[in-house]
Design a protein around this ligand. Structure first.
Ligand code: SF4
Length: 436
């Protein structure tokens, strides 16, 4: 039986799809990258933003057509949207044969079996323990140079706007033994860079706090000196100097931190239930710049959260100027059902005001990114080559330790190698260089 899997949303979902692929492979399924060849189609969904959800509903239409061609085709919806909408999906979309939440992947073969017997099963039980610790993912992406390893699942933070605690459940950490063993396998498979993943990696906790994230990061850095190590996502409240010192100490730990701020005003941060203040956040930024001077920093920003005033918005702009982020993911606030904000706060910033504030944030970030890249001209970086450039097959692209994309002349033979590249040009999004 052949299966096809389509993944939406974040890196966590990519790692989950690899986990699902591993489970199915062990049950004699073969993967295909052509849905028209598949007997089983899985859509791994993301509920964090409304537009990602809408895209998934669009794809279901396509697979409805495919089901008319292949009468035996099984279509399953898995992941966060499955968790959020549960049986509504089975009621609204006759194409969908089963629905499985993020903690039920071990039972997928049983669910598929039930479909074959004429049922339309729903399995969305969240678990306090399930961390898929002992399961081996299948890295089906042909690139196999950069890959993900989950170290925690779920989140206990309950930020007011966020749906993740409702779709992915409570925080759980994986054992260091299984994390290291998974990285070992990836190394044997030829991976050159791994990203340790968790909704909040700083809350990694094994053996009653005897191993925290800083300890795990150091262990991985020491045991795999030939691999590049990244991680995502950090949380301002929980990111300690210990973690920063490990990043500074080991060359193979990349000098890049994604530290979501979301807003620059204390009033909004409090309504968001983020658990830190503007001053706290700026203190963490100061620590990063002091301990790891060459570190690049990116962030997430939400424009127009509930009750945001013009003055609150100006404080976000002001904070961005102070920090000088290298990159940012920027969004207009949109209500996600069942969250604290949806239940308790009025979504009272008019749409045109949200759009205007978002534009101001994006315009400023474009300038900051431009300036950040301009500052790199003339510098030499070690770049891990990932792929041939899509626009020019005589060029390759890779990333430096700071997670910036660099494009330069090269060919297929460079893929997976690290080369020193001198930056000779730039745009706001990309650096250009030459091997030196
Ligand atoms: S830290 Fe906050 S925003 Fe991030 S996943 Fe947890 S609840 Fe959501």
């Amino acid at each position: 039986m052949k299966f096809y899997i389509e993944t939406y949303g974040c890196q966590m979902n990519v790692a989950d799809s690899e986990l699902v692929a591993g489970i199915l492979k062990n049950n004699n399924y073969k993967i295909t990258d052509d849905y028209q060849q598949a007997d089983l189609i899985l859509i791994n969904t993301c509920a964090v933003r409304e537009n990602a959800e809408q895209r998934v509903f669009g794809r279901i239409g396509l697979f409805t057509h495919q089901k008319q061609i292949n009468k035996n085709l099984v279509v399953g919806l898995i992941g966060c949207v499955a968790q959020r909408l549960k049986d509504k999906l089975l009621n609204d979309f006759k194409t969908i044969d089963f629905v499985a939440g993020p903690d039920t992947y071990r039972r997928l073969p049983d669910l598929i079996e039930k479909v074959k017997q004429g049922e339309r099963p729903l399995d969305v039980i969240l678990s306090k323990q399930e961390n898929y610790d002992d399961l081996e993912p299948y890295y089906y992406d042909k690139n196999k140079i950069t890959g993900f390893v989950s170290i925690t699942r779920g989140c206990d933070n309950m930020c007011a706007f966020c749906i993740v605690p409702f779709t992915r459940g409570r925080e759980r950490s994986r054992s260091p033994e299984n994390i290291l063993s998974e990285i070992q396998t990836m190394k044997k498979d030829g991976f050159k860079e791994i990203t340790l993943l968790g909704q909040n990696v700083d809350k990694y906790n094994w053996n009653d706090g005897k191993m925290k994230f800083a300890n795990l990061l150091e262990k991985v850095a020491v045991e795999f000196p030939e691999l590049r190590i990244r991680f995502a996502t950090s949380y301002p409240q929980d990111m300690t100097d210990d973690v920063l010192k490990v990043i500074a100490k080991y060359k193979n730990v990349c000098k890049y931190i994604h530290l979501p701020v979301q807003a620059g005003s204390n009033a909004v941060l409090e309504r968001m239930k983020r658990g830190y203040t503007r001053e706290w956040y700026l203190n963490r930024i100061e620590a990063i710049k002091r301990i790891i001077p060459e570190c690049s920093i990116s962030t997430d920003i939400i424009a127009g959260f509930c009750g945001e005033t013009e003055e609150n918005h100006k404080q976000t702009i002001d904070l961005m100027r102070q920090v000088e982020f290298d990159y940012a993911y920027m969004f207009k606030y949109s209500v996600r059902p069942n969250t604290f904000a949806a239940r308790n706060l009025a979504d009272d910033v008019p749409e045109d005001v949200k759009s205007r504030r978002l534009k101001e944030i994006i315009d400023l970030q474009n300038n900051l990114s431009y300036q950040s890249n301009k500052n790199d001209v003339g510098k030499i970086f070690e770049v891990l080559v990932e792929e041939i450039s899509k626009k020019n097959d005589k060029q390759v692209f890779g990333r430096n330790s700071q997670n910036k994309v660099i494009i330069f002349n090269g060919d297929e033979s460079l893929k997976g190698t690290c080369v020193n590249v001198k930056v000779t040009g730039f745009t706001q999004a990309t650096l250009f260089g030459e091997i030196c």
